[in-house]
Write a protein that binds this ligand. Structure first.
Ligand code: URA
Length: 280
């Protein structure tokens, strides 16, 4: 049954078949065996058609690397704000608070209608390493903090594998309110919210920024490109190094890609002059 569901066939019904095996049916002028063979052929054709339609739908919803739903190309990207003047280290916490105050009880996009909390960020205002995700999920919406659910646990492990503590890095998202059903943010939502993210980045001014997944990479770089072509190297971004890697939620679905993600994090570590801690 699961196999059929995977093919997109969800409605099943039982039809009584006369137990007459290979007896001729005079009305049809052919054997029951022939009729059953024809029915079998029709069923196979229906399954093949459903499989093709399911594959086409999946291809529309998923990028060719099977990572995250592709972002629709209905709208372009808003230009990123000019790089702001550097904020002295001791003023960064207050500067971030000003951004949070400006966001206020935001109603700038449709996401506000379904949110419980605005998920601004977590971590150190003076971090050398910053992670950017896509948008809050249910756990984040409930707690008001980014990456506190299952994907967050994996991110914590990734940070620890780099020899860092979560409190030492800064974590934010492209959108600050949970998209319904954890869908990918719509371009108008991401374009409305991302100027605040750019301002957070400029205040924290990390040495290295890690984009987690295609949505973060897309809205940071302002271009929709396959993730596989972006990861594995350093991008110059607003005076810092940007590294693109898989989203932890994707790694939970496909743990085989963790090796590739670790290779990306090692690039980030090299940029930061960090060595991986010894495994005990
Ligand atoms: N996924 C994200 O992209 N961000 C979060 O904060 C949590 C899950």
């Amino acid at each position: 049954m699961r196999f059929y569901r995977d093919l997109g066939l969800t409605d099943f019904y039982c039809r009584q078949v006369e137990p007459v095996a290979a007896v001729d049916d005079p009305k049809l002028g052919r054997s029951v065996a022939e009729e059953l063979a024809e029915r079998e052929g029709l069923l196979q054709a229906a399954i093949a058609a459903a499989a093709q339609s399911a594959a086409e739908t999946a291809a529309q919803q998923t990028n060719i690397f099977g990572e995250e739903p592709a972002i629709k190309t209905r709208k372009g990207f808003s230009a990123p704000p000019e790089i702001a003047a550097a904020v002295p280290v001791e003023e960064r916490a207050a500067a971030l608070q000003l951004i949070r105050d400006e966001i206020g009880d935001c109603t700038r996009c449709a996401l506000h209608t379904g949110r419980h909390s605005i998920v601004f960020a977590d971590g150190s205002p003076t971090a050398r390493l910053m992670f950017v995700g896509e948008g809050p999920g249910a756990d984040e919406d409930a707690q008001g903090l980014p990456f506190v659910g299952r994907a967050g646990q994996l991110l914590n492990n990734m940070i620890a594998a780099m020899g860092l503590k979560r409190e030492e890095v800064y974590i934010a998202n492209v959108v600050k309110c949970r998209p319904p059903g954890n869908r990918t943010p719509e371009p108008e939502e991401a374009n409305t919210c991302s100027p605040f993210l750019f301002r957070q980045i400029d205040v924290v001014r990390p040495q290295v920024l890690v984009a987690l997944g295609a949505t973060a990479a897309t809205y940071l770089l302002g271009a929709r490109q396959p993730l596989a072509g972006l990861r594995g190297r350093v991008h110059a971004f607003r005076g810092m190094s940007l590294i693109v890697t898989y989203h932890p939620a994707f790694l939970l679905r496909d743990p085989r890609q963790k090796k590739e993600a670790w290779a990306d994090l090692q690039i980030a570590m090299k940029e930061l002059g960090l060595k991986a801690p010894r495994q005990s």
